[in-house]
Design a protein around this ligand. Sequence first.
Ligand SMILES: Cc1ncc(C[n+]2csc(CCOP(=O)(O)OP(=O)(O)O)c2C)c(N)n1
Length: 642
Amino acid sequence: MEEIAAGPLLSQINTPDDLKKLNKSQLQQVCNELRQFIIDCVSIHGGHFGASLGVVELSVALHYALNTPDDQLVWDVGHQAYGHKILTGRRKVFHTNRKYGGISGFPKRGESEYDAFGVGHSSTSISAALGMAIASKYKGETHRQHVAVIGDGAMTAGLPFEALNHAGVSGSNVLIILNDNNMSIDPNVGALKEYLTDITTSHTYNKFRDDVWKLLGKLPYGEFQQDLASKVEAGLKGVLSKTSNLFEALGLRYFGPIDGHNVLKLVETLKDLRDIPGPKLLHIKTVKGKGYDLAEKDQTLWHAPGTFDKITGKINKKIAPVPEPPKYQDVFGHTIIELAEKNPAIMGITPAMPSGCSLKYMMEAMPDRAFDVGIAEQHAVTVSAGMATRGLRVFCNIYSSFMQRAYDMVVHDVAIQKLPVIFCLDRAGLVGDDGPTHHGAYDIPFMRCIPNMVISAPMNEAELRNLMYTAQLPENEYPFVIRYPRGQGVMPEWRTPFEKITVGKGRQIKDGEEVAILTIGHPGNFAVQACKMLLADGLDPAHYDMRFAKPLDEELLHEIATRFQKIITVEDGTIVGGFGSAVLEFMAAHNYTPEVKMLGIPDRIVEHGKPEELHRECEYDALAIANAVREMVDVKVSLATI
Ligand SMILES: Cc1ncc(C[n+]2csc(CCOP(=O)(O)OP(=O)(O)O)c2C)c(N)n1
């Protein structure tokens, strides 16, 4: 892997101090070179694209005007922080971004002192920056700035409003930069989006704001000026009560909107704001994908396009000689429509991932029955619960790791009331390049300990369809989890007829001797491959696809425990409290004492890399399963057989 060449100015910038040595008149050129560097790198190595292009000027302005890393800079989500990473000492290793053993695609405290807070999930930045501001105030470190950069998409979550509610009365020195580009991954949704457009276009309001701002900018900040300023602002609010500003109503000083692509204006503004203490919000308008025409035009596609030809803009796609299996997400996206055509009670909910989870097909086909509710996982669960009380069968599709955020809603609003919401947990298991913030590692344990839960995982496309079909049947009266991984399944011919699956029933994939391999979900396919590898060694383990982590197929487990003394469990999730643990609990409860090996995600943070690399590292791919069988039957593994 080769380092990417940088332009003449950028190649001299190894830290923000180098940037500060430049003249203001050179900043636009730095922006141009930085933008080109991101385009060069992402086109070859992949990664997030449009969001970083949209904040090139902001990244340069922040590191020019602030005193990082003393000033604390928190990027929300962090998928837009490539420019920040490149300016803060990671240009020369940027080609390793998101690669196994390389730098992370998100800010990460362990990676750089400039990454003030680790991110990946959205909407945490204001709380984190406010916490830092409170700490600085307490320690008397009054020189520090604390800045949160948050997108209009991330702003739709509940957490930023909890933080604003606190910030507005805290008197803490925190600056929130609202990067408003009207986009989430898909077009942003909801009333807040409309509101941001309204304040952007309200000329009367903006004129008043500008006047106040100019006044504040000119005056040295003293008690008299503070008093004057607050009187002017109070008057402003009174006069413009109709358009009164949400952020000011919450006790923050609101500035903007300004053009987020004007680097000099940004620098000047950030320097001015430095002198104004207390909580404040700067609203900037940017264009996602700025500077790369195609990315500006199709912002969803270019959020994370994969590798592409930077000249023609052609995105590189694998050309398959034979029909490929579909992605699990697409099986979900098309199957829900098929089911909804037959069952009028079916509805679909996604928190901000209509393209990612493929609910977009239903949103197009049945706009009154499928909704994107914004980045609002907690709301997505409870609104689904509310709909379920009125007899609707809601498929609430949330990525496994984002579901962590809505845990109380699952317990309190769904499970305790025994409401039959169907949770489709996409991206369950090790997701790959996005790394630890996005791995869907914990859902089996955190769902398994809740009474009234059904937890299932399909081994292939047909199983996913059948589980979805089963979950929506009127006889199912429980919350029903269906977890499946990122990426492709295994069946090119996937539109199979629906068959009901009995809840809590597994199936035998193959009979065998000595060792039983018990899998749940997609890793069942790894076990199939392992069994083929083992034939060469004359080993013939049995393989069961258990399908459900809860309820367990006890009848089948009794049969297995009676016949086999050696058991291997395999899951694409943490082994702490997961499916393997459930099997062990069963064995202990019934006084079976087989030798059990549990394969899955170990009890440590697993970094990023390709899923295959990570399955290898965590030792639950086909080879690792085969080796586990060999070890159990005490066959010495020669490296030649690997
Ligand atoms: C809790 C959570 N839900 C969903 C996501 C997936 N996600 C990543 S970026 C993004 C859109 C963010 O939009 P915005 O904050 O406006 O930033 P932009 O990409 O427009 O710069 C979403 C939904 C996430 N990272 N975290």
